[in-house]
Structures are given as structure tokens and as C-alpha cells.
Design a binder for this molecule. Structure first.
Ligand code: ATP
Length: 301
């Protein structure tokens, strides 16, 4: 009988892994109508993570045969570092995150985590080590507790409470009519953009991944909420290898390294101050954004 059930157990595990993976991806990349092209190599081992350095080694990639999006990209996110990617719209920032999650394979070059080529390990093990905090999260029509526990199979109520505390959600939960048991989502209580993002952070904390992919576009949030969410994100990133996609420069000024991507290539890399001194693309983007903020301020007066 046990032999009969083992494949069923396996199926259950595979189903949960796929469901988890798809929800993460649908969340961040809205890829529902895209074909999944990636397969596990036969006999692929699991990814083993000790010190999760993330390396792009001469990665060339495009979605369509005759249009290269990343043309020989190399960079490294050392274990435990916070690295941000900035660059003009369409430069390929989100594409980098999609490749790390192995939604696609590079045309050539390699992506390594802790020295292992991610194309050679199982997708389930890869994705188990990566947490994604998308800019607008999907909540299930279920309780807020369920929405947090969803981060990991077998999460206990204690895990959920700890994650909610770390994601600065306890004030909100204290105000909800049934606490963790309150129904949220389309058919339940509607949460604000900032609250939803914090639920996504709590979900990721329950998963406790060594690698984080953050989509830091917080434009839907007001400044105060944005500051709160950013402070929470920075706190939870510490000690993890994290790659942030930044659409607004003000949010990533304290990253260990800022990578400036332009037309699929690394144009500049350095800290915020180094890049300002360099007076190149980053300095120009920074000045332009400061101007826009000033104009907004004047318009509001
Ligand atoms: P933004 O800051 O505007 O979000 P980005 O730097 O994140 O931009 P990407 O989303 O990585 O840019 O897209 C890079 C290029 O790849 C764009 O020209 C985009 O049109 C193209 N692209 C993205 N996804 C696909 C896809 N599924 N099929 C074909 N082309 C795509």
C-alpha cells in the first residue's frame, strides 16, 4: 500500500511546487499566457545553497530569435549583499529577474547560484530558495492568515505570527474584526496597496528564502506608506542575497551596489555616491528624477 501512495505523495508535492511557483510568477510577471519552455535536465540534482552568491556570466538572451535583450551581461551579487538594478524603461531589468527564477534559459552564458548553474538543477529546488516580493501582490479570497501561511507548506500559526510581526502587520491585524481569521481579497476585506505588499513580505518571510528578488516599484503607494514598506523591505533583506529592480532611484540609494543597465548591457556599477561622482547615465537619471519630484511639488502648491 505504501508503494501505491508514494507516487501520490510525489504528485502532491509536484502539484504544490508548481502551484507555488506559478503563483509567485503570476504575481510578479503576469505570465499567465506565456508558454513555459524550461525543463529539468534528466537526473538534475537539487540546488544546494550555503553562501548564495548570484552570478551572471556573459548571459545573452532575447524573447524572440532576432531581438537580443541582454547582450553578454556579467555581474555578481555577493552572498548577503543588496544589489539594485536601474535603467531606462525596457532596458531588461525585469528580464534579469525572470531569468534568475528560470522562467527562461539564456541563449548562451550561465547564471550561477553558489557556483551551480541554475539550468542544471531542479526548478523546484531553485525556486524553493528564492523569494519574490512583487510590486502588486495577488491575495487569495481566504483569510489573511492563509495568505501569509501560503509562503510555505506546513507553516505553523507561530510562524505566521512571527512573519506578520516582522512585516509590520500586527497593527493592521489587531484592527481586523476577526484578526488572522479575517477574510481578505476581492470577496473579503479590501486591503490597501501598502498592506497587500506587507502581506507579500510576510508570505516571503514564512518561506525564509536565502535569495530575494524585489520589485521595488512602489509608485502605487503614497510617500508615507512607501517609506514604511521600504523600511520593512530593507530590514527583511538584511543577511540575504537580494536583487532589487528599482523603477525609482530614491528607493535604492543605500544598496551595496547599483547596476545601471542600458540596452541590455551593464553601463555602470557602483555605490550611489560613486555613480554620482562618475557623472554618467546614473547621475543624469538622478538629476532628471530630482527635477520631476520638484515639479510635482510645485504643482501641488
Ligand atoms: P520597465 O522599467 O519598463 O519595467 P524593464 O527594464 O524591466 O522595463 P523588461 O521588462 O526586462 O524591461 O523588457 C525588456 C525588453 O523585452 C522590452 O523591450 C520588452 O518589450 C521586451 N519583452 C519583455 N517581455 C517580453 C516577452 N514576453 N516577449 C517579447 N518581448 C518581451
Amino acid at each position: 500500500l505504501a508503494q501505491l501512495f508514494r507516487p501520490l505523495d510525489m504528485l502532491g508535492m509536484v502539484y504544490r511546487t508548481i502551484r507555488q511557483g506559478l503563483t509567485d510568477m503570476a504575481d510578479m510577471f503576469r505570465l499567465i499566457d506565456t508558454d513555459i519552455e524550461v525543463r529539468d535536465a534528466p537526473g538534475a540534482p537539487a540546488l544546494v545553497v550555503r553562501r548564495p552568491t548570484l552570478t551572471f556570466d556573459n548571459v545573452v538572451f532575447g524573447y524572440e530569435r532576432d531581438r537580443t535583450i541582454l547582450s553578454g551581461l556579467s555581474f555578481e551579487v555577493p552572498a548577503g549583499n543588496q544589489v539594485a538594478i536601474v535603467g531606462p524603461s525596457g532596458a531588461g531589468k525585469s528580464t534579469i529577474a525572470r531569468l534568475v527564477f528560470r522562467f527562461y534559459d539564456p541563449w548562451s552564458g550561465r547564471i550561477l547560484i553558489d557556483g551551480q548553474d541554475i539550468a542544471q538543477v531542479t526548478q523546484a529546488s531553485l525556486r524553493a530558495h528564492i523569494g519574490i516580493v512583487p510590486q502588486d501582490s495577488v491575495l487569495f479570497n481566504d483569510t489573511i492568515g492563509y495568505n501569509i501561511a501560503y509562503g510555505r507548506d506546513g507553516a505553523t500559526q507561530a510562524d505566521v505570527e512571527q512573519a506578520a510581526r516582522d512585516a509590520a502587520l500586527m497593527d493592521l491585524i489587531g484592527r481586523l474584526p476577526a484578526g488572522f481569521e479575517t477574510e481578505v481579497g476581492e470577496r473579503g476585506l479590501k486591503l490597501s496597496g501598502g498592506e497587500k505588499q506587507r502581506v507579500a513580505i510576510a508570505r516571503t518571510l514564512v518561506k525564509n528564502p536565502p535569495i530575494l528578488l524585489l520589485d521595488e516599484a512602489t509608485s502605487a503607494l503614497d510617500t508615507r506608506t512607501e517609506q514604511d514598506v521600504l523600511a520593512t523591505l530593507h530590514r527583511v533583506s538584511s543577511g540575504r542575497t537580494s536583487l532589487s529592480i528599482a523603477h525609482r532611484l530614491s528607493t535604492i540609494a543605500d544598496a551595496d551596489t547599483i547596476l545601471v543597465l542600458n540596452a541590455g548591457q551593464l553601463a555602470e556599477a557602483g555605490t550611489h555616491n560613486e555613480l554620482l561622482r562618475r557623472d554618467g547615465l546614473y547621475a543624469e537619471m538622478w538629476a532628471r528624477q530630482a527635477e520631476a519630484v520638484e515639479e510635482l511639488g510645485e504643482a501641488a502648491e
